[in-house]
Design a protein around this ligand. Sequence first.
Ligand SMILES: [Zn+2]
Length: 331
Amino acid sequence: MVHYIPTDPFSARLTDTPSGEYVLAVDIGGTAMRAGVVDSGGWSLARARIATHADRGLIDTAARLESLLRQVASEAGERAFTAIGISTAGPVDPATGTYRHPPNLPGWHDLSMVPALSSAFGLPVVVGHDATLAALAETRFGARRGARDLVYVTLSTGIGAGIVAGGRPVTGSTGGAGEAGHLIVHPGGRSCGAGCRGCLEGEASGTAIAAAVRAAIAAGRASTLGAEADAAAVFAAATEGDALAIEVVEGAIEAIATGLAGLLALLDPEAIILGGGLTNGLEPWWEALLDRTRDIALPRYAGDLPVERTTLGDDASLLGASLIAFEAVAG
Ligand SMILES: [Zn+2]
């Protein structure tokens, strides 16, 4: 089923009127994928979203994505497009769009949807890692537009980061840079899906928060929560005073603050921007998170801590996909 997203403009469009030049932009996540018709100033003529169903395989997903793109293109009035930009969960090789054991896109290893989409539309197709593209979009459209050194951290089912350094996205030698979720923040702590112990993702992702509650309940801890509680339910229970939920949320905050302090020390960014569903869930603890980060980070951050929430909502990665599409045709 296709969910059309209201065609309200993106929150931070740069021009008063659309430029008239459009690309097709795509954002592929483990749960849902979004497609849009976007101009160079951040105007969107049409956007829609469908379930990814990654387990049906990349070929099936690419076919459904092609049909979604044709629908948004038609919705936008069948304009001429110059390129397709794809933002995707990774790891992915940005040069070829080939996936490298993506944990949230099972079965997609060693495959790319670039050839199928390129031949279906007769357009160049460019690919980037979703968090990297979100960071790029923040430097162009976000509250820190113009920033040359910026980190975007997505706190969600998993945790990842995108890095822009000296005005350029940092991809690493194989496209694997930005795996901030696997920074060790609690040696010997809980395992993530990738198998490291005590990493940020193992300690503070949505998956980890739900798993921590499940393990405590299995061990006999009393809680208003059931064993099936997800991270959103844990946040809600914590605001209502559930002792176990509070303990788990505080543990996640400790891990996130530790990770942020490490990123600040390593990269000296103008800002770290937080996005993703968990960032919304942490809203009641936002000041506590900043305070704890100030405690842990280098003394220079005790006063002015450049950690902020995204102003681009769910659109940062899709906007980033449009940016690389425009860059591809600009040469
Ligand atoms: Zn890990």
